[in-house]
Design a binder for this molecule. Structure first.
Ligand code: NAD
Ligand code: 3PG
Length: 530
């Protein structure tokens, strides 16, 4: 039974699927401190949060059973991603569910700003009928600068078009083609700050976007411009903004997010007549909260059940069509990695993977993670998984090199794993997925073979002489080790050869020593592929 902790208020309807699952129990405990979370997280396989819970390194470390952290929303800046990756915990988010809701909030903020709605409301309900102080501006005909043209930024731009605004947009990934389709003009940050009547930001908070609008930008802005932040606190320098408003450059600002949330009671935004604020409500609609909770619950279930999942933020994203194509190879890839590492004695320096045939034109990154997991599992036991395998390889100075080849010498697909180790040791295993036959290992070092990668295998290198197979069979028989299948591979008659035997159980160490001592046998190793 899996246990999932929900530590922020998340829509009940959205997590119904989790609560109904008969292999999952869900506990809802909101408002816990870091220490309180540390004390209980060890019991849980999954953690579901919004933005209130800060998932620190200490919490992740204490989560000894933790497999997944689900963020019911977009931003994962409240989750210590490095720590999760190092411990092999998948972090997933729900990137699409609150796009429209947040876009609408940003638009509502822009309109409220243009027409002083919160200030006018406050005065009116306070008993003052003031029709002079709140002269607004139209959106029509104005220039809107959008920083960040991802999901939310693009939707804001669409709506702004409908209001008759012209749009200047900046995003490092915005192509001329896409800008044309969205009917926006590509611009630099500098163009935007100099020419926009309104600016709205829709980027994540990164070292690059932190204070992307600060004093130097305010100094060159159009007098009377207005600015909106419904993305992340810190993208706009808060103190520089207050200065810019007080000096008459900026006419007003609307903020849903703050550098520190909640802000201190004496935060200058909270008492400024030209700044309107909401308490991080961008994603707070019934629809968005249901959407994100449904999306994240579905993926958490997939991860707990070891099924394919999407939206992992600490694993590179892969299109579902690519994932479908790769999935049948995951088991084979991991077994090839495991086989290769078990026949390698020295310290591994490089994992070289060649994908050939059908796999040569696919984004094989996820498959490489399985192969690297297979290679490292022997040394890291249960601590390695597809989230942390590449990271662990890097921390151990193991280089992972991937190459592609379109030709496969007779196979429609071929994965070749070569381990380069110290003292010039090099070991190679190749495998394929054969239509109708499943997974096969088709080459070990220089020898062509054909075996299923499963169970206990003996790899015996010997000289190709008559009678050797008989000697091996007799010795194993005498020691009660049953042979399920056998393969012999050689390059030339009478030369070096390899014998691969699938046996029904583990081969005792003393039997391996006796095997290696038989005439014409050079080495005898047991490989376990369970
Ligand atoms: N207020 C809220 O409640 C709320 C709700 C949802 C999302 N958000 C926040 O809104 C932001 C945008 O969300 P989204 O779903 O559109 O994300 P997204 O990933 O779809 O879009 C972000 C865009 O920012 C761009 N970007 C990155 N660095 C940039 C830079 N230096 N300059 C310009 N553009 C840059 C990216 O290329 C990307 O296109 C995120 O910070 C998210 O956390 C806030
Ligand atoms: O990044 C997000 O999805 C938003 O900031 C929403 O955060 P919330 O889930 O705490 O409302």
């Amino acid at each position: 039974m899996f246990k999932v902790l929900v530590s922020d208020p998340i829509s009940d309807l959205g997590i119904q699927q989790l609560m109904d699952a008969n292999d999952v129990t869900v506990d809802k405990k909101t408002g816990l401190s870091e220490d309180e979370l540390i004390a209980i997280i060890g019991d849980y396989d999954g953690l579901l949060v919004r933005s209130q819970t800060t998932v620190t390194e200490k919490i992740i470390e204490a989560g000894s059973k933790l497999k997944v952290i689900g963020r019911a929303g977009v931003g994962v800046d409240n989750i210590k991603l490095d720590a999760a990756t190092q411990r092999g915990v998948v972090v997933i988010n729900a990137p699409d569910g609150n796009t429209i809701t947040t876009c609408e909030h940003a638009f509502a903020m822009m309109m409220a700003l243009a027409r002083h709605i919160p200030q006018a409301y406050a005065k009116t309900i306070g008993g003052t009928w003031d029709r002079k102080s709140f002269l607004g501006v139209e959106l029509r005909g104005k220039t809107l600068g959008v920083l960040g043209m991802g999901r939310i930024g693009s939707e804001v731009a669409k709506r702004a078009k409908a209001f008759g605004m012209s749009i200047l947009a900046f995003d490092p990934f915005l192509t001329a083609d896409r800008a044309e389709k969205l009917e926006v003009k590509l611009a630099s940050v500098d163009d935007i700050v100099r020419n926009a009547d309104f600016i709205t930001v829709h980027t994540p908070l990164t070292p690059e976007t932190r204070h992307i609008i600060a004093r130097p930008q305010f100094e060159v802005m159009k007098k009377g411009m207005r600015i909106v932040n419904c993305a992340r606190g810190g993208i706009i320098d808060e103190l520089a903004l207050v200065e810019a408003i007080d000096s008459g450059i900026v006419a007003g600002a609307a903020f849903d997010v703050f550098e520190k949330e909640p802000p201190e009671a004496d935060h200058p935004f909270l008492s400024h007549p030209k700044i309107i604020v909401t308490p991080h409500l961008g994603a707070s609609t019934v629809e968005a909260q249901e959407n994100v909770a449904i999306d994240v619950s579905e993926q958490v279930l997939n991860i707990l059940r070891n099924e394919p999942f999407i939206n992992a933020v600490n694993i590179p994203p892969v299109a579902p069509s690519v994932m479908n194509k790769l999935q049948p190879y995951f088991n084979l890839g991991e077994k090839l990695g495991s086989f290769a590492t078990q026949i390698t004695d020295a310290a591994i320096r490089e994992i070289h993977v060649e994908y050939a045939g059908d796999l040569s034109d696919v984004d094989t990154q996820p498959l490489t993670r399985y192969i690297v997991k297979g290679v490292l599992s022997r040394h890291f036991a249960g601590d390695v998984n597809i989230v942390n395998s590449m990271h662990l390889a890097k921390t151990r100075d193991v280089n992972v090199v991937v190459t592609k080849a379109s030709k496969t010498k007779g196979f429609t697909n071929l994965i070749t794993v070569t381990l380069k180790a110290e003292h010039d040791e090099e070991r190679l295993v190749a495998g394929t997925l054969l239509q109708g036959y499943g997974e096969r290992i088709v080459r070990v070092n220089k020898f062509p073979v054909d075996i299923a990668p499963e169970g206990h295998q003996l790899v015996i290198s010997h000289n190709d002489k008559p009678g050797i197979i008989g000697l091996v069979g007799t010795l194993l028989g005498e020691n009660n080790v049953n042979i399920a299948s056998m393969q012999v591979g050689r390059k030339i008659v009478g030369g070096a050869a390899i014998m691969l035997l699938t046996v029904d159980k583990a081969v005792p160490q003393d039997v391996l020593v006796k095997l290696a001592g038989l005439p014409e046998i050079n080495t005898a190793e047991e490989i376990v592929l369970l």
